[in-house]
Design a protein around this ligand. Sequence first.
Ligand code: ZN
Ligand code: ZN
Length: 254
Amino acid sequence: MKGEWLERMYRWFSPHNGSCPVCGRDRRDGAPPLPVPIRHAAARQALSSLCGDCVRAIPWIDIAACSICGRPERCGDCLRRSVRHFQCCRAAVRYDAAMRDWLALYKYRGLERLEPVLAAMLALPAERLLSRVSAFAVAAVPLADERLRERGFNQAERMALRIARWYRIPYLPLLRRVRHTDKQSFKGRGDRLENMRGSFAAAGPVALPDDGKERNIILVDDIYTTGSTINECAYVIRKAHPSCKIYGLLWARS
Ligand SMILES: [Zn+2]
Ligand SMILES: [Zn+2]
């Protein structure tokens, strides 16, 4: 009840009250029903700002067929991976053409009003993960400095901060990017794995108590392609903090 009331208040005061934040069309059909269960009121509010067409365009991953990477199909990548440093990954949506457009609007065209919507989508796998894992902290995959300068923000960090705030989990900047990885230079999967090596380092002096207690870290990124980024980040975090277990939380699974 409280959630519904908040949703109504939000719509009333929202600057995009009448138009969908993604397509900009007039949202006459009211808040469309969400086809997936998301409990957090703020996430529901953000998604209720979308028009019916945009809500229906979201390719939710409702069932993870691969228990390791969370892909909705069985997957060879996870079987082929020889060393895995993360426990598992879960993604909100499939990375289809529509989701590519949405992310581009936010990332490259700086459409900031999409930020709460994208973070709200991430709430689906976050809530599922948090129902079985108690999280010690949320962290994000960092951007290279030059990218950060160009774009002005790190989309993974922005989403991670919102998830941390919504679910009252501390946010820890555990990683930094030490070199820029050129996407164009990837030829195949092997190249990509090779290329990520040495791209990240543990950030600054983050002091985690050295009491041998296991600590679950939720590591956020926007896209999961081969898993090499999350795997490398998990490796770096665990090298610095061996008591940590890493759970990847991805906005989309390509
Ligand atoms: Zn729309
Ligand atoms: Zn998999």
